[in-house]
Design a protein around this ligand. Structure first.
Ligand SMILES: Cc1cc2nc3c(=O)[nH]c(=O)nc-3n(C[C@H](O)[C@H](O)[C@H](O)COP(=O)(O)OP(=O)(O)OC[C@H]3O[C@@H](n4cnc5c(N)ncnc54)[C@H](O)[C@@H]3O)c2cc1C
Length: 440
């Protein structure tokens, strides 16, 4: 299974490189314009490459399950952010070099007489700057996620389209009609990816709605939505995976919210549950969802799943990061799995332990040990307290530690600290799996 994922991952990396580099090499084929100085040629090459990389971002965020499976969605979004910054740096270097080589380009008379394609270059550059500023400093600028998401898509479309119009309009390397066709074809492909996500996929989801059959209040300002497929069999998921939930509207809504499935993956009737903590404007309204409400689910996604042969599963959860663990535990119990499972569960206090009663009851159905780690323990508490750390692992796990399979989900600072601790305990990276609840 892992080997198949690795192979598939390698193939997709090759396809990615092909999409970025092939259009550049195609420019070198056929007839060439007269050679210009080195810096001008370099600047053009950087512009072409940056643009090809930017266009392919539509593919990275298109949620193609088959493509993202080998890495997991959080890794893909992280890559999207990092590679976008490189693409933007390349695109921005293009005009910087040109102006450095020919400062007269900035002279007012030249600016006024500039061809139309130059104005598209300005439009593209301004959109790119706005894209970066709003993506990096969204929280500091206090932009609501939904408003940012819509703006982000619009700016990306404008940046890429204006860049292509500038390129085709400047036409220096695109004298051959087939080269022009190739780049216009690429643009249509990139925009097609966006149309697939925004129109084709929602149309598919529209025919496969879900109904809320129960809304359960849980400990810790949290609610569970129980959802049943309405008129279709639903999908199967692996414990630990997540889906995108669209509530209060049609699947054409720009922003869906990602939540792990918290129910057992062994449910035969397609029922799925998501357990959601009130942390913002969307999640704070979950407890008000009426039974019978129609919702849409896009999934399953993610590579954070049990399935590798392991003698012992060590689940490490911080706060609401317990939801994928709950799905794993419920599924193992339903499957009658007798292998030991240890859950490290970091929470604020005893009263806000989501699923506390059910977890205790599940101990009777599987070989489950729970180590609660309380940030604010009650008087007389003799269990673990503070932050989950390497000492706590050593107190409750049997060596060799590298033999167990670890799953970590919680706030970023907690995950960073735990990954570091596991590294210090010589647990190889292939033995631990992380799910980050922030794509930022
Ligand atoms: C893979 C994954 C699984 C998750 N599973 C759970 C879960 O099981 N239970 C749970 O309570 N929470 C889960 N979350 C977190 C949850 O998605 C956010 O808390 C929620 O979307 C916040 O929405 P809001 O409007 O209430 O809060 P806001 O205050 O608007 O947002 C808080 C932060 O959440 C992020 N966020 C907001 N909206 C989105 C969105 N549409 N897409 C991506 N990120 C967004 C942004 O970084 C934002 O700054 C998960 C997140 C991810 C990425």
């Amino acid at each position: 299974m892992q080997l198949r994922y690795n192979l598939r991952g390698a193939v997709w990396i090759l396809v990615y490189l092909l999409f970025i580099l092939a259009p550049l090499f195609a420019l070198l084929a056929g007839s060439h314009p007269p050679t210009r100085d080195f810096w001008t040629e370099l600047s053009a090459a950087l512009g072409y490459t940056g643009l090809a990389m930017m266009g392919l971002q539509f593919g990275l965020t298109a949620r193609f399950r088959y493509v993202t499976e080998p890495w997991g969605e959080d890794v893909i979004y992280h890559f999207h952010r990092q590679i976008s910054l490189i693409a933007v740096a390349l695109v921005m270097t293009h005009p910087v070099i040109l102006v450095a080589v020919k400062p007269e380009l900035l002279a007012p008379s030249n600016m006024l007489d500039a061809p139309l394609s130059a104005y598209f270059a300005f439009l593209s550059i301004f959109s790119v700057i706005a894209l970066v500023v709003t993506a990096l400093w969204r929280a500091a600028l206090r932009i609501k996620y939904e408003a940012w998401h819509l703006t982000h898509i619009m700016l990306a479309v404008v940046a890429v389209t204006a860049g292509i119009v500038h390129m085709v309009g400047s036409s220096f390397y695109l004298v051959d009609p087939w080269k022009r066709t190739l780049w216009i074809g690429l643009t249509i492909f990139w925009i097609g990816l966006l149309l697939y996500v925004r129109i084709a996929k929602p149309l598919f989801m529209l025919r496969r709605p879900y109904r809320v059959t129960e809304v359960r209040r849980e400990r810790g300002d949290t609610s569970t939505l129980v959802m049943q497929p309405d008129g279709h069999p639903g999908f199967r998921f692996s414990p630990g995976q997540f889906g995108w939930l669209t509530l209060w509207g049609s699947p054409f809504k720009i922003t869906a919210h990602p939540f792990s499935f918290s129910s057992s993956a062994a449910a035969a009737d397609g029922r799925v549950e998501m357990t959601i903590r009130g942390l913002g404007d969307f999640t704070n309204e979950i407890h008000k969802v009426p039974v019978g409400q129609r919702v849409y689910l896009d999934g399953p996604y993610g590579a954070f799943t049990i399935g590798n042969p392991a003698d012992m599963h060590v689940l490490i959860a911080g706060g609401i990061g317990v939801t994928p663990m709950m799905s794993m535990i419920r599924t193992l119990a339903d499957q009658g799995d007798k292998r030991p499972v240890v859950l490290y569960y970091g929470v604020q206090d005893w009263d806000s332990i989501t699923f506390r009663e059910e977890l205790e009851a599940l101990k009777a159905r599987l070989n489950l040990t729970i180590v609660y780690v309380l940030a604010k323990p009650p008087a007389g508490w003799t269990g673990e307290q503070g932050f989950i750390n390497a000492e706590m692992f050593k107190r409750h796990l049997l060596p060799p530690y590298a033999d167990h399979e670890y799953f970590i989900c919680g706030p970023n600072v907690m995950m960073d600290a735990i990954e570091k601790s596991l590294g210090e305990m010589n647990v190889p990276i292939s033995k631990y799996h992380s799910e980050r609840y922030s794509f930022a």
